[in-house]
Design a binder for this molecule. Structure first.
Ligand code: HEM
Length: 197
């Protein structure tokens, strides 16, 4: 075989390797694998640290609280920024879970992916207008991170950098949405009052 023939064979083989689509794995098992052990440990450590600090207060409030039907008047009477924030996070939770579990790269993933990015930007942006403790709090750090990480995740997707895109978006969903969402149910906050107050 001549040198030119060998080169042509190599190019054909590389092209067929590149054209082979990534195996499409879906489901919670795939999500767990993607997160990795350190990712899960980081999420659990943050939650455990916050709840450990708050444990005495939670126990005191829990002793005189009971779960009841959601008090929707608290939402209708809340400031517009809180209403916009809640609407955006609820939409982002539903769409985000579907995106993480479902098949990737298809038209539905792209359309819903853009909607999710918009919901997250609105959720983080509106939270900058909420100052329940009078000023900015640690939670606003999640907002700042979301406002940076979501555009970076979209940029990575546009450049077909699948691994980087996956890391940013999974991180924002679990680190931002799930952790910030869990913290929203701490005693004294609106979600706690809505269900337990
Ligand atoms: C399931 C998800 C979430 C729920 C249910 C939720 C709910 C809420 C609610 C009801 C408030 C009004 C203040 C209060 O709690 O009394 C609030 C404030 C806030 N949220 Fe969320 N949120 C969620 C996710 C997020 C996310 C993803 C971020 C950031 C990217 C975020 C950042 C904030 C910030 C910074 C505040 C203001 C905190 C303060 O005043 O110190 N939240 N959230």
């Amino acid at each position: 075989m001549s040198r030119a023939d060998r080169l042509a064979t190599e190019i054909t083989m590389s092209a067929s390797t590149l054209a082979t689509p990534e195996p499409q794995v879906s489901g919670w098992r795939a999500l767990a694998a993607r997160m990795g052990r350190s990712g899960w440990l980081a999420v659990l450590a943050i939650l455990a640290a916050v709840f450990a600090v708050q444990a005495p207060a939670i126990a005191r409030v829990a002793a005189r609280s009971r779960l009841h039907a959601p008090d929707l008047a608290l939402i209708t009477g809340a400031p517009p920024a809180v209403q916009v924030h809640l609407t955006a996070v609820l939409a982002a939770l539903g769409v985000g879970a579907w995106l993480l579990i479902g098949r990737k790269g298809r038209l539905a993933h792209r359309v819903l992916g853009w909607s999710w990015a918009v919901f997250m930007i609105v959720a983080a942006g509106s939270s900058l207008l909420i100052h329940t403790s009078g000023g900015f709090s640690i939670l606003h750090g999640f907002s700042a991170w979301t406002l940076v990480a979501v555009p970076l995740g979209v940029y990575a997707a546009r450049r077909h950098e699948v691994g980087r895109h996956r890391r940013y978006m999974t991180g924002v969903f679990l680190g931002g949405l799930v952790v910030a969402g869990a913290l929203a149910f701490l005693p004294g906050r609106l979600m706690w009052a809505m269900f337990f107050g």
